[in-house]
Design a protein. Structure first.
Length: 464
């Protein structure tokens, strides 16, 4: 077999392949055997029909077609390996010549990973937020804990802001009660903003047994985005009582004996959270700076596939679980379809660029993934998916996703190497010493705004 590679553009090539006919013999034998099992010819036992009879009865062309369909993937793969290519997606194959007992020739156009030049990235400098925990931050944290231990007691008066009311709701659109528009015994804190727009004004001033009707735009459900007439009946009014901020509260709400110890622990936890946020912010900004340094051509079809995949996942998984369609989602987000498409394209481009650049860095820096690293990553992914490690590992193996997980870990290590080489300063001008976090491999996904799913396709075989 002879093959040649023609570069059509930085992300697409055309393979020209010429195969001597004798190399088709195994596929021809397989074609005759397959046809033998599928047809019946009087005078011959099934599976024992001579090749010349098959040629006479069914035509040599049918045999050649079957043989070529069988052989193409093998010859295409050999040509890809010979050309040292990294194909993306399915090739477009065109048989240019097929002469019986002489030659098979075909071309295959396919997208390939672009060749990237990674410049020196040690000069990258980024600025991140300083880690600062104020007294107000601690007060807010302790107050949130205090809210969790609040008690309620029924009162016989009109409801006011901060009170907890028990309510029944009924929503109508165009005079018809919605199937999912009735709720009873709902507990709601006035002023929390956790329910419908307009409900605070409607229930404020009502006593138990009181009722009000208001109009609002529905934020979810079967009539999302539509104006609804909502009737709210107040069945009970209760006041919330917060515990005193003292040592007794610290003992009630935590393992600490004093309020001072509880506040000190809150400061420590807030500092840890802000340090983690700072590390994540550093990775995101270093990645952005790295992407600006590298010119990354993107295959058009890969980008189209990535956009389509992201849109499908949003509509079929995330929005459907929320009871929303895309139109309702855009209305809530106050975005036009054009703005949404532009953002989706931008995210898809960044995801693909990130994978290409980090994969190139993995090769350049000769980074490898150890079994312990892969196992640790698998455990974290299992935890985030809600599956047991054994269940997740089985699903990964059965789905052929092990190379994908290895790639995620390797890209995480590549990003960590760039972050380590970069200079990171906070808004006070202080150099930030970022310890190597276990989460580094995880935050690469968030920093890239999602792994490019369409870009994960490795070498694929051509369809006949």
């Amino acid at each position: 077999m002879k093959s040649a590679v023609e570069t059509l553009n930085p992300t697409r090539v055309r393979l020209t392949v010429e195969v001597p006919f004798e190399e088709l013999k195994p596929s021809l034998d397989a074609a005759y055997k397959k046809i033998n099992q599928q047809v019946t010819v009087p005078g011959f036992r099934k599976g024992k029909i001579p090749a010349r009879v098959i040629d006479q009865r069914f035509g040599r062309g049918a045999v050649l077609e079957e043989a070529v369909n069988d052989a193409l993937p093998k010859f295409y793969t050999e040509a890809v390996n010979e050309g040292d290519l990294n194909p993306l997606g399915q090739p477009e194959v065109d048989i240019t010549e097929l002469k019986d007992n002489e030659v098979l020739a075909f071309t295959a156009e396919v997208d390939v990973r672009p060749t990237l030049e990674i410049p020196d990235y040690s000069g990258i400098e980024v600025e991140v937020d300083a880690v600062e925990v104020s007294d107000e931050d601690i007060e807010k944290s302790v107050e949130q804990l205090r809210e969790r231990f609040a008690s309620t007691s029924a009162v016989e008066r009109a409801a006011a802001e901060g009170d907890v009311v028990t309510i029944d709701l009924e929503a109508k659109v165009d005079g018809e009660v919605l199937e999912d528009g009735v709720a009873k015994g709902v507990s709601y804190t006035i002023g929390s903003g956790e329910l419908l727009d307009g409900i605070d004004e409607a229930v404020t001033g009502l006593e138990a047994g009181g009722s009000a009707t208001f109009t609002t735009e529905l934020k979810g459900g079967s009539a999302v985005g539509k104006e609804a007439e909502v009737t709210v009946d107040v069945t009970a009014v209760a006041t919330r009582e917060l515990p005193e901020l003292d040592d007794d509260f610290a003992q009630l709400a935590s393992e600490f004996d004093t309020l001072e110890e509880l506040q000190a622990d809150s400061r420590k936890r807030l500092e840890q959270m802000k340090k983690y946020d700072q590390a994540t912010q550093a990775q995101e900004r270093v990645l952005d700076a790295l992407l600006e340094l590298v010119e990354v051509p993107i295959p058009e079809k890969l980008l189209e596939d990535e956009i389509r995949t992201r849109k499908h996942n949003l509509e079929s998984h995330q929005l459907s679980q929320m009871g929303l369609d895309l139109e309702g989602y855009l209305k809530i987000q106050n975005k036009s379809a054009e703005e949404f498409d532009a953002e989706l394209k931008q995210q898809a481009e960044k995801g693909i660029k990130t994978q290409f650049v980090l994969d190139e860095l993995v090769t350049k820096e000769k980074l490898s993934v150890g079994q312990d690293e892969l196992t640790e990553h698998l455990m974290r992914r299992a935890q985030s998916s809600g599956m047991s490690p054994d269940q997740f590992a089985q699903a990964v193996v059965e789905g052929g996703q092990v190379p994908m997980l290895v790639g995620e870990v390797a890209r995480g290590k590549a990003l960590a190497a760039v972050v380590e080489a970069a200079t990171v300063k906070d808004t006070k001008g202080e150099v930030v010493d970022l310890d190597e976090e276990d989460e580094t491999a995880e935050t690469v996904t968030a920093a890239a705004e999602g792994e490019p799913e369409a870009a994960q396709t490795a070498e694929e075989k051509p369809e006949a």
